[in-house]
Design a protein around this ligand. Structure first.
Ligand SMILES: [Zn+2]
Length: 459
């Protein structure tokens, strides 16, 4: 059934690439057959479509990478492909414990990191702005931590030591309270992003690259900034932050991923006076904003107006609403075990199932893959097979004509906007017991609460 599209892609590539692509195809078809056997998903159409997506990415479609095209960080840039290849290298289904295949994927990842690394190392200092240097997802930090992780997996110890320098050196800049004029605390560009990047890297390296004392300084500063702002603005939440004069709640610049950052450091949280109390009450504040249909508003107050910004009740994306919030609620359930957090996650999944088939493209930020991750989170929390079926439906939707058009029109290969993120979702879909939204560490940060230790196959 993959025959329809094979010709289009294979016509453009060399014999060697074609052979490599066919090998991929066989592996993915095989894994999809096994999923079909285990989970009784209607995978007949899904198989071919997963293959299409993998082929589209894995074949050398970027013959010449121009420095103008790399778009800096992983958000929409080619560095996102490095994350995808790192994930592929860790996939048992795709590598079948073949060390040469693992190395091939890692080398490919390194290739896509080179142009942004050259830019971030060599571009004249005067042309850099501070947010380029420390920004995580759209900036240099995502490239640097990926570089370290890929080198670690390639066992290049010497190069790894050098690659760690820009990650460690960024610390001092992060200690300046207002190093960015628009807001210095958020996930995409600020302190929460840096701390999350370090935590993710900790699981790659087996140790956090930053000393505990230095980590603690940034975590404490992040906490105090939220307390100060909340007191000044009389916020109903004990912690609140502002980016570009808006109190965002969503993951890009808002409260949810800042709170999640604290939850990723449970030892610090429990050893710091009143930190756990304030963080938990702030999570509960967000929980109180979940609407009856399960969605969340995109921001709290517009400072000075006291207005609550609301979403269009039918707008659901990772960057706005329930598909982004589910990760925070899952982290809260893992840490504290309160049933209300799990209930909130279930509501996120319900509303995403009802309204989440967005036509905004395949990506993570505001596309199908980002919404599809909601069901993989629920599957990991509960082991309930129904959620995997829903994830399968979203994976299938990746291949509708509308999505294909959106993907073509943006021509993006990035992790958050583009196909790299969609491929990560598909890899997680075929290996759902280890699924985790890219760069998040909800399931690795603590042993945690969940209903079933290991999900069971569909009956
Ligand atoms: Zn978005």
């Amino acid at each position: 059934m993959a025959g329809d599209f094979e010709g289009d892609y294979y016509a453009q590539v060399s014999d060697e690439s074609r052979a490599e692509g066919l090998k991929w195809k066989e592996r993915i078809l095989d894994s999809m057959r096994r999923i079909e056997a285990c989970h009784q998903i209607d995978a007949e159409t899904l198989q071919g479509k997963c293959v299409l997506c993998f082929l589209k990415i894995s074949l050398p479609i970027i013959a010449a990478i121009s420095l103008e095209d790399f778009h800096r960080g992983v958000y929409s840039g080619i560095a996102g492909l490095a994350y995808m290849y790192l994930k592929a290298a860790k996939s048992e289904t795709l590598c079948c414990k073949d060390d040469r295949q693992v190395a091939k994927f890692l080398e490919k990842g390194l290739e896509f990191l080179t142009p942004p690394l050259v830019y971030f190392y060599d571009y004249p200092m005067k042309h850099r702005c501070q947010d380029d240097i420390v920004a995580f997802i759209p900036g240099a930090m995502s490239v640097h931590v990926l570089h370290v992780a890929v080198l670690k997996n390639l066992k290049q110890r010497l190069a790894l030591r050098d690659a760690l320098c820009p990650v460690k050196n960024a610390w001092l800049g992060l200690c300046v309270p207002d190093f960015l004029p628009c807001g210095s605390d958020g996930y995409f560009c600020g302190r929460a992003g840096y701390l999350s990047a370090l935590r993710w890297l900790e699981f790659e390296l087996g140790t956090n690259p930053l000393e505990w004392g230095k980590l603690s300084v940034v975590l404490t500063l992040l906490l105090e900034r939220g307390r100060d702002y909340a007191v000044r603005t009389r916020s109903p939440s004990p912690l609140m932050y502002c980016y570009d004069r808006v109190e965002y709640l969503g993951p890009c610049h808002g409260l949810s991923t800042i709170l999640m950052t604290f939850l990723m450091y449970p030892d610090w949280l429990r050893s710091t006076a009143y930190a756990e109390r304030d963080v938990k009450q702030s999570v509960d504040y967000i929980l109180s904003l979940q609407s009856a249909n399960g969605n969340f508003p995109s921001s709290a107050n517009l400072p000075g107006t006291g207005c609550l910004r609301t979403n269009d009740p039918e707008t659901l994306r990772w960057c706005q609403g329930a598909p982004g919030m589910v990760h925070l609620m899952a982290a809260a359930f893992r840490l504290w075990g309160d049933a209300e957090y799990l209930e909130s996650c279930r509501k996120c999944a319900d509303v995403t199932w009802e309204l989440g088939l967005t036509e905004k493209g395949p990506g993570l930020c505001h596309g199908i893959a980002g919404n599809g991750y909601v069901f993989l989170v629920l599957y990991r929390l509960t082991g309930e097979k129904n959620y995997l079926r829903k994830a399968a439906a979203f994976a299938e939707f990746l291949y509708t004509e509308e999505i294909a058009k959106a993907a073509e029109s943006t021509s993006q290969l990035g992790l958050f906007e583009g196909l790299a993120g969609a491929v990560c979702f598909l890899i997680d879909f075929i290996e759902p017991d280890t699924a985790e939204f890219p760069f998040f560490t909800v399931f690795s940060s603590s042993a945690g609460n969940q209903l079933s230790g290991k999900a069971e196959p569909l009956a």
